[in-house]
Design a protein around this ligand. Structure first.
Ligand SMILES: C[C@@H](N)C(=O)N[C@H](C)C(=O)O
Ligand SMILES: [Zn+2]
Length: 239
C-alpha cells in the first residue's frame, strides 16, 4: 500500500460531468480506446465538476503566460475495468520491451516487471478505501500544445515507464533545460488552479483525491489555496 492510500475519503457526492473538450486540445484517437480498453458506455472525457472548473482555471493561467497555448487532454476518467486492462497491457509492454516472453517468465523476471509497472500505474483496487486515482474522476493526464496547435516537447512521451517521466528528470541534464521549462510551465499552470502533480509522472495531476490530499499535507503550495484545502482528507472516491 502506498502512503497516500491511507488518507480517509469523505465522498462529497459531486457528479462526473463531461469535459468541455472544445476549450482544450484533445489527443485523438483516445490512446486507451485505441489500445482496446473496455469503456463500455462510459467515456474517458469526464471529471468531477470542480475538477473541470479547476482545469479551466489552469488553462487561463497558462494563457496569461503563453497566449493561445492550450492544455491537451490525454486521459481523464478511467473506469476500474479500464485500469485493470491498462495495467495488464502495460505489463505485457514491459515484458516485450525487455525482449522476454510472457509464457516463459521466471518468478524473478515477473516480479521485476510488475515492480516497473506499479511505479507508474495504480493498482486496480476495488476496495473503496484505495481507489485508483483516475477512477475517482479527480485525476487527469495532460500536456501542452502551442499557439499553432503543435504538441510541446516535454522530452519524453506520456506513459513511458522510465525515470525520464519523473517531473524534474531534465532539471540537471545537459541539453534538457527546454524540456524542464516546458514541464515547469505545465506544472505551474496546474498548481495555480490547486492541482498536485504525481511525484513520478510529469503529466499526471489531480485535485480532491487521496494523492492530492496527501501531497497537500506534505507541502502546501505557496499560492492562493485557502488553508481549509490543506487537510489530509480526500473528497472523491471511486465513481
Ligand atoms: C501511468 C499513467 N497513465 C497513470 O495514470 N498513472 C497513475 C498513477 C494511475 O494509474 O492512476
Ligand atoms: Zn494519470
Amino acid at each position: 500500500m502506498k502512503p497516500y492510500q491511507k488518507i480517509p475519503i469523505v465522498e462529497c457526492g459531486e457528479p462526473l460531468v463531461a469535459i468541455p473538450c472544445n476549450h482544450f486540445a484533445v489527443e485523438h484517437p483516445h490512446p486507451y480506446v485505441k489500445a482496446g480498453a473496455p469503456y463500455g458506455d462510459k467515456s474517458p472525457y469526464y471529471l468531477r465538476q470542480t475538477v473541470v472548473e479547476r482545469l479551466l482555471q489552469a488553462q487561463a493561467a497558462l494563457q496569461d503566460r503563453c497566449p493561445r497555448w492550450r492544455i491537451q487532454i490525454f486521459d481523464a476518467y478511467r473506469p476500474l475495468a479500464v485500469q485493470q486492462y491498462m495495467v495488464n497491457y502495460s505489463f505485457a509492454q514491459v515484458v516485450a520491451d525487455q525482449g522476454l516472453r510472457l509464457d516463459e517468465l521466471t518468478e524473478a523476471q515477473r516480479e521485476r516487471c510488475w515492480q516497473q509497472v506499479y511505479q507508474f500505474w495504480a493498482v486496480p483496487s476495488s476496495d473503496p478505501t484505495t481507489p485508483p486515482p483516475h477512477s475517482t474522476g479527480a485525476a487527469i493526464d495532460v500536456t501542452l500544445v502551442d499557439a499553432i496547435g503543435a504538441v510541446v516537447d516535454m522530452g519524453s512521451p506520456i506513459d513511458e515507464m522510465t525515470p525520464r517521466s519523473y517531473p524534474n528528470y531534465f532539471a540537471d541534464q545537459v541539453g534538457g533545460s527546454r524540456f524542464h521549462q516546458h514541464r515547469q510551465l505545465l506544472r505551474h499552470s496546474m498548481e495555480f488552479a490547486g492541482f498536485r502533480q504525481h511525484p513520478r509522472e510529469w503529466w499526471h495531476f489531480s485535485w480532491g483525491d487521496q494523492l492530492w490530499a496527501w501531497l497537500s499535507n506534505q507541502e502546501p503550495i505557496n499560492s492562493h489555496e485557502p488553508l481549509s484545502h490543506l487537510t489530509p482528507i480526500a473528497r472523491y472516491g471511486a465513481i
